[in-house]
Structures are given as structure tokens and as C-alpha cells.
Design a protein around this ligand. Sequence first.
Ligand code: FEO
Length: 392
Amino acid sequence: MGAERITEGVYKLGAIDWDRRLFDSLIPLPDGTSYNAYLIEGSEKTALLDTVDPSMVDILFSQLEGVRSIDYIVAHHAEQDHAGVIPDVLVKYPNATVVTTPKGKEILTSLLRVEDQRFITVDDGQTLSLGQRTLEFIHTPWVHWPETMLTYLQEDKILFTCDFFGSHLATTDLYATDKARVYEAAKRYYAEIMMPFRQIIAKNLEKIKDYEIAAIAPSHGPIYDRPTFIIDAYHDWVSSPPKNLVVIPYVSMHDSTRKMVAHLVNALAKRGVKIEQFNLEATDIGKLATALVDAATIVVGTPAVLGGPHPHAIFAAYLANALKPKVKFASIIGSYAWGSRTIEQLSEVMSNLKVEILEPVFRKGLPQEADFKALDDLADNIASKHKEHNFV
Ligand code: FEO
């Protein structure tokens, strides 16, 4: 793709990565992604906002053919998918200066070895004139690294947000026209990247609330020309109470745990509770993370193996613990053949969650009538807790 015009003098550059299937060696990308950069021409100066992943440097450089001068490279975020090509752009444009937060300078120096004299750092609220256009920098730490900031293009009322409000979505759409598809991708992205910093994200949402915003231009996925679509979604994901939803990641070795999960799922459904069940043998962890955005309760299902939980169950519990969703309740169900420390170990792994642990159902061998009755009691307990808190 070549450069795309947003308005006269403001262009979207960057690359669509249709084929990438994993980010940070962890996050599945079922729909690929994009690395968006933006070029803003003022009457006196030109700024490039973010770059692209180093694997796509040639595409960015082909788009920059004919751009004689770049004065500023705004680095909203130091992660390599946006900043990795900054050293190459600095070579191509020897008079260019990197504009970033003080923390951004520290991280870019450390990760990319950019030289000290090539930086200017900006304070929160500081402006930079390009001539008839003005960039205003808004510090928004922890979306999702500590150095992150946004740029508000005052005259055109465009907010450039880098990862914030982004979506891993490979598409040739300049704008978010397929709302359902973008919503799903943006929610998955929020779950995987932003959710652990939910409380800080809430503060950052508050910080931009008085800006008049005509468009939000993130550095992954399409531009939002109706910004309330994504701002309202973020408010819901960050601040609304959890929903009447139980997420059940589970693994089973010899069917006992699977039978217990099936029974609990039926019992919860009969009580009007929604469920999302994930077999950890083959789970897209992005889907699990997305389900956790709304879940009020997590129930981990595992057999005992080698004296503790199955490693797949440990992974799911560790992931939930790291993502810090809004869940209020947790429990553990499963089966063992002889002794284990499964309950203690899994509870410890989920200690960040600050949840009330509901009586686990961890029973010896193939589940029998008394075990199914205990699962019914757990379903009763979950349903009444959700009702008590008005989770709908
Ligand atoms: Fe898109 Fe945090 O990098």
C-alpha cells in the first residue's frame, strides 16, 4: 500500500502484516495486524509519527520516497513494532530529531541505542509547532509500557494514540467501517495488552475526555472516524461491572474433570448464568483473555498431575492473574487419584485477582453422585453471588 490521505497534509503510512500469527511470541494474531505510521506536513516542518516493525522497513521507505525532509520523528511508544525503524529513519534524514517522553528516551536509548543528541523530550501538555499545524503531546503512561504518550493534532482534531485503542487487524480499510469486526479485534487487543493496566487506562480516558476529537488514529488497525465507538467501548471494558458470566478454562486427562466441567456448565446454564468454556488442549488464549474482560467468575478445571495442577491449568491461571480482569469470584474443580497440592498451588498462582474463592470441588477418582451434588451447590453459590451483585 502507498501513503493514504486522511486530509491535505496528513497521511497514513505503514504496512499491513497479513501473515503474522504471533506477537511477542505469545499473543495469537488470527487476523494479522498493521503497523501504522503517520506523516504530518506543516507550513514549516514535517513530522513522522511512529514507524513500522523492522520486518516491514522497505514498505515504509518506499512510502517516504519523495519526502525530502523529516524534522521530527514522534515516538509515542518504544516497542519495536513502532519504534524499531527509528534508527534507519534517522540515517535517511540526518536532521531529524526524535520527540518522546523522558522515559521514552531512556527506553529507546537502551533498546535501540539511539544517540543522546538526536532526542528532544516533551512534557505532558507541551506543544510543538510545524508552522500552521500544532502537535500537542499528552502523557498517557502504561498503555501498555511506562513511556507511552499520545499526540493531538490541534487544528485537525485528530488524536494519534499508537497502541491505545488499537486492534490487531490486517485490513485495507482506512476507517473502521466493519464495526462488528473491529469491535471484536479491539476488544481482544484490549484484553491482551491493556487490561492489566485497567485502573491507569481509566485515568487516561479521563484525561482525554475534554478534547474535541474528530478521529482517533491508532498505530494498529483502522482509524476511527467516529471516535465515540471505541471510547464508549473502552469505558465499558474498563469500568462497567462484570457480567453474569463464568469463564471455565479446563484440561482433562482421563475424562473425570471433563465430566465435572460438563455438569457444572449445565447446572450454571439452568440457573441463568452464561458460560464460556475453554479446553486448554487447544485454546486460542486471545479468546480466553477476551472472555475474561466481562467475566464475574473464573472456574479452573484440572486433574492432579505430578502432585499439583496440570501445567495447562497453571498457564491459564497465571495468564488470568497477569491480565487482572474484573472477576470477583474464583473456584477450582477437578479430580485426583491420590494426594496433591492442586488447590493451594492454583490459588497462589491467582493471588493478584483479589477474588473471593468459592468452595472448590476437587474429588478423588471418577465423579459420583455426591460430587455432582457438590457441583450443583457451587452453581447455586455462583448464581446467587452474581444475583446479589446485580451482574447481568
Ligand atoms: Fe504495538 Fe506495544 O506495541
